[in-house]
Design a protein around this ligand. Structure first.
Ligand SMILES: [Zn+2]
Length: 178
């Protein structure tokens, strides 16, 4: 997206055009200095940056490219999840980053965790600790059922998307009479 720079901030084309008309009406010329007059247009939302750029005036996302740091920044912001802002959703879709805005495992994934619990609880009363070991040591994907053909891949999904923070809070008896 074409972008202009004014006063050390980015402007979208529409806001920059509006401002140029305003400045023109005030008799202020284009001095070639971005402190006085919007300079541009620059392609690619002002170019590669360490974070997504937005118009300083209307907050429109400028669709700039990201550096590796920028990609990590967006990924972290999305993984953090909360709060899920409109900007995060727009970034995720635009950069096509692998993001999971759902904060809870689905029924299939929870079933796999319960399958793990049933399979190991007798030998390992601290089955959550055992699952953490499996995740850490990387044998979670063949930990339950029929080895690689079992549901272990679902455990891997839970690890990658929700992690130990979710496991710590997971109560398998929730909803059951105590
Ligand atoms: Zn704007």
């Amino acid at each position: 997206m074409e972008t202009y720079i004014f006063n050390a901030a980015m402007l979208c084309e529409e806001c920059a055009t509006e401002l140029m008309v305003e400045l023109g009406n005030e008799g202020k010329p284009d001095t070639g200095d971005s402190d006085d007059y919007p300079q541009g247009p620059y392609p690619d939302g002002g170019g590669e940056a360490d974070s997504p750029q937005h118009c300083d005036s209307c907050q429109m996302f400028l669709e700039n490219s990201l550096t590796t740091d920028g990609e990590n920044y967006v990924r972290e912001a999305l993984e953090e999840g909360n709060p899920i802002t409109k900007a995060k959703v727009i970034w995720g879709a635009f950069y096509d980053l692998c993001v999971h805005l759902d904060k809870q495992p689905n029924a299939e994934q929870v079933a796999a965790v319960l399958e793990f619990k049933d399979a190991y609880e007798k030998s390992y009363p601290d089955w959550k600790g055992h699952l953490r070991d499996a995740w850490h040591q990387g044998w979670d994907d063949k930990a339950i059922g029929d080895g690689y053909n079992g549901n272990g891949y679902l455990l891997r999904q839970v690890r990658n998307r929700f992690g130990t923070a979710w496991l710590d809070t997971f109560n398998p008896n929730e909803g059951e009479a105590s």
